[in-house]
Design a protein around this ligand. Structure first.
Ligand SMILES: [Zn+2]
Length: 217
C-alpha cells in the first residue's frame, strides 16, 4: 500500500494566511506527522514535498502517477474573509466512488476527534483531484482565518494526523497496528487529552490523571 501525501502550497506560495500564520507551514507540519503515523501502520508514504519549496500542481500529480500510488491525499487549510467561517470539509473528484468513500472516512474521523464543524464531503474539479490516476482526496483541515480552528491547527496536529490516518486505514480495510486505535478510543472517551506517538514514553502524572478520570476521582 502506497499513499502519496501532498502538503498544499509551499515556497513562494504561502497559501492562505490567518493571524500571521501561513497555510503552507501547517499543511507541511501535519503531513509530516501523517507520514509518521501511516508508516507506523506499515503503509508506504511518499510526500510531494518534505520542506518549504515551491512545487507546481502537475509536479505533485506526476509524483503520485509515476509511483503508482494507491491513494493521493492533499492537505490544506481553508480561509474566508468572514472570520466566523469554520470547520472541516473533504473533497473528492466528481464521479469517483472510491474517492468519495475515502473522503467520507477521513472527514468523519476528523470531525469526531477534533470536534470541528462538519462542513461535509464535497466534490470538486480541483487540479490535483482531476490529474491523479488513483482515488484522491483534498482535505481542508479547518479555517486558518478562524481563531478556534487555528488553535486546533496549531496545537492538535498529532490528532489531525492520527485521525486522517485512521480514516484512511479504516476505509481501505487495513487494520491499525501499534495501538493507534486504542489511543484514539481513549481520546474519544475523554480519558486522555490528545493523540500521542504509540511508541512514546508516558509520565506518571499522566497515568495518574487518566486513572483518576476512569474512577471518577
Ligand atoms: Zn490550500
Amino acid at each position: 500500500m502506497l499513499i502519496v501525501v501532498d502538503p498544499g502550497h509551499g515556497g513562494s506560495d504561502s497559501g492562505a494566511i490567518g493571524y500571521g500564520y501561513f497555510e503552507k507551514d501547517i499543511n507541511l507540519s501535519v503531513s509530516l506527522k501523517l507520514r509518521d503515523v501511516l508508516k507506523a501502520n506499515s503503509v508506504d508514504v511518499i510526500l510531494t514535498r518534505d520542506k518549504d519549496i515551491t512545487l507546481g500542481l502537475s509536479e505533485r500529480c506526476d509524483i503520485a502517477n509515476k509511483n503508482n500510488a494507491d491513494y493521493f491525499v492533499s492537505i490544506h487549510c481553508n480561509s474566508f474573509k468572514d472570520s466566523s467561517a469554520k470547520g472541516t470539509e473533504t473533497y473528492s473528484y466528481p464521479g469517483s466512488t472510491s474517492g468519495a468513500k475515502l473522503a467520507k472516512g477521513v472527514q468523519q474521523a476528523i470531525v469526531t476527534n477534533l470536534k470541528t464543524a462538519d462542513r461535509g464531503v464535497k466534490t470538486a474539479n480541483f487540479y490535483v483531484l482531476h490529474h491523479t490516476s488513483m482515488p484522491s482526496i483534498l482535505v481542508e483541515l479547518g479555517f486558518i482565518t478562524n481563531k478556534d480552528d487555528l488553535d486546533l491547527l496549531l496545537n492538535k496536529q498529532n490528532l489531525y494526523a492520527a485521525s486522517i490516518s485512521n480514516g484512511i486505514l479504516n476505509t481501505v480495510g487495513l487494520k491499525q497496528t501499534n495501538g493507534s486505535n486504542d489511543i484514539e478510543k481513549l481520546h474519544q472517551m475523554g480519558i486522555i487529552s490528545d493523540y500521542y506517538d504509540p511508541e512514546s514514553y508516558v509520565k506518571w502524572k499522566d497515568i495518574a490523571g487518566a486513572l483518576l478520570k476512569i474512577i471518577g476521582g
